[in-house]
Write a protein that binds this ligand. Structure first.
Ligand code: CP3
Length: 355
């Protein structure tokens, strides 16, 4: 428990002193920080208005749109962090892979990676093509003041699922078949994806992002043994590429209950947890040396207010078992969510946890 002598200073003097960064490092906080995965996006009418007529992947490369869309949920909800408006497939798009994000579907790849030759033909990401990204991040950091900006990238495994399946899938069977049948090419593919994810992340951090999140959304389809052997080393390589850049590292996947200790071992300060494992149990699995992020079921936000309140209180209470707790959903905001409910969740978490 936090000793009085450790009490956090108020208010934050910089993003590095924000509650998000402090909770991620296991330091005392003023109140539990809260943000939402997919907070920038389709649940907001102001987002839909701004995006009208611009394709998703074009919007992601326009610094004016990126800045404004990233700021919208911060203004509206008073969340404790901004997350860059972008997408996990953007590094591939910028490198020249033919990808479209189809509304209501997700990323669709024109020529999926199906052979060893396809792996070797993937174009590398040239860092100087990310100037738009650095511009957007610098602008955002200037606008955000002491509110931290979270930079992010897709982890090698989750990006590989899109490349190999050709689009979203449930079982990721082709991906796993390739992993088992072509272990060397698999290793090369994930190496390459790790390099481009690292370039994408370091660009954001060097332009001023205060924390990073590596999304390995679909890693939960793997056994712990396969994850440890065939995936984790590549995710670790992404974190290692950050070198001595002193920003907290958040690592998240869905359905990772069996993988939680490994998700931490890949190099995270904060392990993201979905709604399937309560945070007190997640804290036991992850251990006392890392913080937790999560884990309200996004579907609970579609229920009545009393249910939302009860679920928020439960997550806050269970989160007290963790070294540090960043309140979030267990996955992204569902598009049909009432934005007013999101704002009330922020207020309730703050009210329940103000020191
Ligand atoms: C798997 C994944 C993707 N993208 C992302 C992940 C990992 C997180 C997760 O597991 O949800 C990450 C992502 N995508 C987006 C963000 C922006 C920041 C934020 O979280 O608010 C982030 C962090 C914007 C987006 N990415 C996408 C949208 C919707 C685009 C639109 O408005 O049409 C947004 C706002 C599109 C996208 N892109 C992707 C999917 C599955 C979809 C949804 C398809 C749909 O339901 O329309 C791939």
């Amino acid at each position: 428990m936090t000793a009085v002598a450790d009490a956090a200073p108020t208010p934050a003097s910089s993003p590095a002193d924000s509650d998000l960064v402090r909770a991620a490092r296991g330091l005392p906080v003023r109140r539990t920080p809260v943000w939402f995965m997919r907070q920038a996006g389709r649940s907001l009418p102001e987002y839909r208005a701004l995006r009208a007529g611009t394709r998703m992947l074009e919007a992601c490369q326009d610094p004016d749109l990126v800045t404004e869309i990233t700021l919208q949920p911060v203004r509206r909800h008073g969340v404790d962090a901004a997350i860059l408006f972008s997408d996990i497939v953007l590094p591939l798009v910028v490198a020249g892979v033919d990808i479209d994000i189809k509304p209501g579907v997700g990323p669709v790849i024109a020529q999926p990676v199906r052979t060893v030759a396809d792996v070797d033909a993937l174009p590398p990401l040239e860092p100087d093509r990310l100037a738009f990204l650095a511009t957007a991040v610098r602008r955002l950091v200037a606008e955000l003041g002491t509110t931290p900006l979270i930079g992010f990238a897709g982890a090698p495994f989750t990006l590989a699922t899109y490349l190999i399946e050709g689009g979203p899938s449930k079982e990721h069977a082709r991906t796993k078949a390739f992993m088992y049948a072509e272990p060397e090419a698999w290793g090369r593919l994930l190496d390459r994806l790790a390099v481009s994810a690292a370039t994408f992340l370091t660009t954001q951090v060097d332009a001023g992002a205060s924390a990073v999140q590596l999304f390995d959304s679909w890693a939960g389809v793997l056994s712990a043994a396969d994850y440890a052997e065939r995936v984790l080393p590549h995710s670790r390589a992404v974190f290692d590429a950050l070198g001595d850049r002193d920003v907290p590292r958040i690592h998240f996947g869905v359905g990772t209950g069996e993988l939680l200790p490994l998700i931490g071992d890949a190099g995270a300060d904060v392990v993201g947890v979905d709604w399937r494992v309560p945070l007190d149990e997640a804290a036991r699995r992850v251990g006392p040396q890392r913080s937790l992020q999560g884990n309200l079921d996004p579907a609970a936000l579609l229920a009545d207010r009393a249910t939302v309140d009860r679920e928020v209180r439960r997550v806050v209470q269970q989160g007290r078992a963790a070294r540090g707790h960043v309140f979030n959903l267990g996955h992204g905001v569902l598009p049909e969510t009432d934005p007013g409910v999101l704002t009330s969740v922020v207020d309730l978490v703050h009210e329940l946890t103000t020191r």
